[in-house]
Design a protein around this ligand. Structure first.
Ligand SMILES: [Zn+2]
Length: 229
């Protein structure tokens, strides 16, 4: 676990141009509700899978939506219970936010042994809090491209924020929201364009496993192979 103690995005930034990550990218949707069923519909239409970082408060209100999302092959991960600024909470409050949502996730997935991925609300965190949650078995996941769909921008602008981003590269993690008014509509533009560029959409857990395999293989490669003989 120790070698993965940094944010996934940091790890991706360091190695995301390596050929090992050829054209792998992840779509992520935060928060919960509102347009979640519509986003699910669009993903189905395009035959793609994505990762949802959900707040427990939303999950509790209508758990059947999230059961449907999970049964359709998408990933359900932790985004706290009430979406607080974690920097303003005490340690027990932070852990309570995470564990309440994790219980709901386990209820939906029926699996208590799965890896626990967590995204900080607003991305707000510090070293201490990051270490605290890692010590409780959570793997923090940020993003590398913010679609800014939460600002209410139209589908074309969401598309441009992703497709024209300097961070659009192998291993990128794209941030979108279930509350985005034009997010579902934008998927009709984004998914075909990413596919056309040769990207394969993957779940966060798949990208994580790719890193594990990559790091494992890296250890087998001599530091300077050209001088080894
Ligand atoms: Zn959020």
């Amino acid at each position: 676990m120790k070698i993965f103690s940094k944010h996934l995005c940091h790890i991706f930034k360091r190695i995301n141009h390596h050929s090992y990550f050829t054209k792998k990218i992840a779509l992520t949707f935060d928060d919960g509700h509102k347009y979640a069923p519509l986003i699910l519909e669009k993903l189905e239409q395009h035959g793609e899978k994505a990762t949802f970082f959900l707040c427990g408060s939303y999950m509790e209100e209508n758990i059947s939506i999230y059961q449907k999302i999970f049964k359709s092959g998408h990933e359900i991960e932790n985004h706290s219970y009430n979406h607080p600024n974690m920097l303003e909470l005490s340690e027990p409050e932070i852990l309570d936010e995470l564990s309440k949502t994790q219980e709901l996730i386990e209820q939906v997935t029926g699996d208590s042994n799965r890896l626990k991925f967590f995204r900080f609300p607003y991305g707000r965190r510090n070293k201490e809090i990051t270490l605290l949650i890692e010590n409780h078995g959570y793997i923090p996941v940020k993003w590398t491209i913010d679609s800014r769909d939460w600002t209410g921008i139209n589908a074309e602008d969401i598309y441009n924020n992703i497709l024209k981003s300097n961070n659009l590269s192998n291993g990128a993690i794209i941030l979108m929201h279930t509350s985005g008014t034009h997010t579902a509509e934008a998927l009709d533009l984004i998914i075909p364009a990413l596919k056309q560029k040769g990207y394969k959409l993957m779940l966060i857990s798949d990208l994580y496993q790719s890193i594990r395999r990559y790091k494992k293989n890296l250890k087998k490669i001599p530091a300077n192979p050209t001088n080894s003989g």
